[in-house]
Design a protein around this ligand. Sequence first.
Ligand SMILES: NC(=O)c1ccc[n+]([C@@H]2O[C@H](COP(=O)([O-])OP(=O)(O)OC[C@H]3O[C@@H](n4cnc5c(N)ncnc54)[C@H](O)[C@@H]3O)[C@@H](O)[C@H]2O)c1
Ligand SMILES: C[C@@H](O)[C@H](N)C(=O)O
Length: 598
Amino acid sequence: MMLSPLCISVGRAGHPFQQRCAHSAYSHARFQQESPVFLLLLDCVWQLWRQFPLALGFSEALLLRLANEVYASDYGTFLCNNDQERCALGVKDRTHCLFRALLRPAERDYYSNPLYEPTELAIWPSVHPQSLQLWRGFFLRWTQLAHHLEAVQEEIRSMVIEWARVAQSSAKQSSQYKSLCTASQHVCPHGALQAGDCSPAQSGGTGRCGYAKHKGLLLDMQPGVRVGMPTAELLGLLCRGCLSRVQNRPSCSFSSWPRRMSRWNNMESSNANTSQENPRVLITGGLGQLGVGLAQMLRNQYGPESVILSDIKKPPSHVYASGPFVYADVLDYKHLRELIVNNRITWLVHYSALLSAVGEANVALARKINITGLHNVLDLALENCLRLFVPSTIGAFGPSSPRDPAPDLCVQRPRTIYGVSKVHGELMGEYLHHKYGLDFRCLRYPGVISVNTPPGGGTTDYAVQIFHDALSTGHHECYLRPDTRLPMMHISDCHRATVEFMQTPDCQLSLRTYNIAAMSFTPEEVAQEIRKHLPHLKVTYNPDSVRQTIADSWPVRFDDSNARRDWGWAPAFGLEELVTDMLLSVRDKRTREGFLVS
Ligand SMILES: NC(=O)c1ccc[n+]([C@@H]2O[C@H](COP(=O)([O-])OP(=O)(O)OC[C@H]3O[C@@H](n4cnc5c(N)ncnc54)[C@H](O)[C@@H]3O)[C@@H](O)[C@H]2O)c1
Ligand SMILES: C[C@@H](O)[C@H](N)C(=O)O
């Protein structure tokens, strides 16, 4: 702890403890030199501790102990004004040192912060008056409150110990973990919940399983563990959905939980309820290549009425007949808000965007839809406590990014407005997640290959068109060079990844933005694979400079190991399966629509 030597100095440097507090804060007499400077220091440290509960290695209990010891102590640590006085009186020989006592293992354990996460990063406390709070643990220590503080600390400690124990028996645990963490089975100690959200704390709830993670703390209780009231309160604190209830409870000593969560204090979390029910999903830009199929997959799981497709264009009749559709322009904030409120939306999937090639042709519009539209959606998600999914893309990387493979975290300097807007989306979402707890989730999709809805003007579109050409004219003119390798994915893998990711409990996510990968091929390789079925396919190459430049700046492969590890991502389609499926589906579609099939 660094303090300005001009203001305060601590310990050996010679803070005059005797003058400042010898006559005790409990006495009515006041001497000229008396001043609770050390107490002020402790209060400052407590403010830091409160704003950054994971950043300091000690607990509030240590600060309270020091605050007491400085006025009335069995130890000699705070006696006298300086070393000279202490030597003259033989304080060191005739008394015991408090700090040595505090370093004994039992004491050390007791005063350590079980939530402590070492980090290299500097912490920047807020010094706004509204950020500074009354140190209730000290100033109201004779009231009921203090007892709860201890109880909660004890609960945290025992849960951390329990977690360490459980983590050790990992083989059995990991399979249990996987199965228990699937959304349908996920139940927290407060009652049933899914997808990582939490219902309001209920006293004495019995957890069939319990998962709570708040910034690195994973609490994992065995099925059948009886959870006492303080645990339920604690878990309530650690789970976003419960914050409002618990923080407003006067007996809860954590009423001063970090400021960054204060947004949740003032509102009833809709997720608290909805986590027990099916989500209610709104998809923006839903009539593009990806929206209709995703809606179908979600409707199969949650019922047709639970998913609303929206877009600014007229839906084809089969889409209109398949479930709710509404007109929604992402640039119209008020209307979007009305839709979200009136339909009690809990998940928002934000698909509206101009893709890479179209975006370059109309930068102003791309900026508006991809950035202004995104801001509207982020604000609405935050306001209404929605789980927000925003797709990103291989296009979020640029020529200075590692290309083979591109990891989740690396330099991102895309050269398209599309890519820039996507990086902006990733960063804004993550920022709001870290600052306000927004449940932001983002997958970087590869080029997606589908049959039913044509792609909306991207650089990877050739990989869809080639199948249609192969089955119609037998000739495809490719706008990319034959050796342009890009990550690609079958649409059903893309939808499955999205749904699985959305259902993953918060506690399993170590990132908010993940790469997902399935395969990576060049135009020549996909043509070769198609020729195994249609040997007559002819492909000519006429590279388009805009799209070729874009493709050359993108990764050739994605590293998706984090997605595989954290939430079990695994693609079902490789190139061979993709080609077989695409040829079948395109043939079917063309036949149904009365087109010639070669
Ligand atoms: N398709 C892919 O290969 C791919 C790959 C990576 C990421 N993505 C991302 O997935 C999302 C969906 O992609 P897609 O392929 O379905 O895109 P798409 O271009 O096919 O569809 C986008 C939809 O947004 C709609 N839209 C445009 N302006 C709008 C506005 N103002 N308000 C509401 N809607 C508006 C369009 O009408 C269109 O239906 C996009 O964000 C895209 O960046 C797609
Ligand atoms: C890759 C993806 O973002 C989109 N298909 C595009 O090419 O723009």
